[in-house]
Write a protein that binds this ligand. Sequence first.
Ligand code: C2E
Ligand code: MG
Ligand code: MG
Length: 481
Amino acid sequence: LVRLQNLAEQLTTSLRKGLLHQRIEREARLDGLTGLPNRVSFERSLAETALHRRHDCHLFVVMLDLDRFKEVNDTLGHHAGDQLLIEVGDRMSRLLGPDDVLARLAGDEFAVVGERRNREEMLELAWACVREAGRPVTLDGLEIVVTASAGLAVIDDDFEEGAPLRFADIAMFNAKTQRLGVEIYRDEIDRRTPARLSMLGDLRSAIEDEQLHFHLQPKLDLSTGTVVGAEALVRWTHSARGVVPPVQFVRIAEDTGLIKQLTDLMLQRGIATLRDVHDRGYHLGLSVNLSTHDLLDSRLADRVQRHLMSNDVDPSFLTLEITESSLLIDAPRSRATINELHEIGVGLSIDDFGTGYSSLSYLRRLPVGELKIDQSFVANVLLDEQDEVIVRSTIDLGHNLGLVVVAEGVENNEVLERLQTLGCDVAQGYCISRPLAPDHFMSWLATTGHPSRRIDPLDFSRWSGVGGSGRSAPSPDPIVE
Ligand code: C2E
Ligand code: MG
Ligand code: MG
């Protein structure tokens, strides 16, 4: 009996050790949250797939990264972030072929390795992953939409260790910054795409060393033919790379928190220039773009007000643009910021309208005064019947909600005339003027065929309200320059 007891004890101990060993092994291979393979086992699977590759197939890696994961964590908390990752992992798993391996590499980064006969089949999978990740997800009772970007790398037989993931990562980064959805790795983008970290380091010093500046693009009132304002668009003149457009760095600024300094710089410089414009006698409004991160900052309204006061500019001359897709989460903090901005008297505008998922009932509850129809619809207004219907109904919708409707991306006079016929209020686009450096903008104002409204100092109060803060704003008689 004693011997049996000893034997049982020994067995229990080795069984426990065995189980523990198994668990440690599993944890070393699998990601604890999603149960998917982790980076280490992904690399092992990649090597194995390469070794046993079918002769009629090519090896590929797709890397997928969520575009707004940080916001979900920041606004809804880590629990919601975790739920989102599990859901995305589940959705992607359902798209896999029998020999594909999906892993969660880190944070919100997923990767698939597999083999396919041709690029089309690989792209099909990459796009399916992006679409699935981008379908609405319900987290803690809120329905949110998080877009994703994917990079596809087709792998040669004799690849260097680490190259497949690096290539897919470079392509994914390009897809993200250029908002392409999916990008295939090519040597050129490796050369063009600056390493993420150097870009980030450069951006930080660009903000500190004041290498960031902005251009102004005029906004034309279609009923009077006068210039009523301008949008400030950030530009970065990099010492080696030349002018870097915002699509290449605004996302990085958003992901790293640098956006706060960027927005502040735009507000400070933009409002100072607006003061100058007013001093020259032009009665114009200014629009500045915000990002979602700005809306999470409880001190944004204070900062805006400070810049307005130090330049002695009436708040009604400033409009802040929020992209429709950045209204990702109806989080209490962003709602509060939007209300605070409204209370200090600045106008609010929904930018890129038509590209997001905001519901009408949500828009109605926001104190916005302006709707900007996304340029993708405006560009095709004469060519595509559906786009015409979208533009026409957005104009009607905007007017029914009491909003000023702006069309952006107006590239030629035919489109401008059609917009006028459709009753659109304001237009912005290359056919009126490209975005211009402030000096050029001033010269343009002085010589343009579109007279701008001049400020009558005696009648100043009558003008306030124009600049995008609502259809009810008084409409002054245009005074031709
Ligand atoms: P957005 O706010 O919708 O700005 C309009 C974009 O359309 C600008 O691109 C402008 O140059 C371009 N555009 C204007 N007219 C035309 C046209 O007739 N045809 C075409 N094809 N394009 C036209 P840009 O300056 O490259 O800015 C791109 C986006 O980057 C902006 O879209 C905005 O979302 C973001 N962005 C720009 N500046 C800032 C900023 O200071 N802060 C933040 N948070 N985002 C910014
Ligand atoms: Mg804008
Ligand atoms: Mg826009």
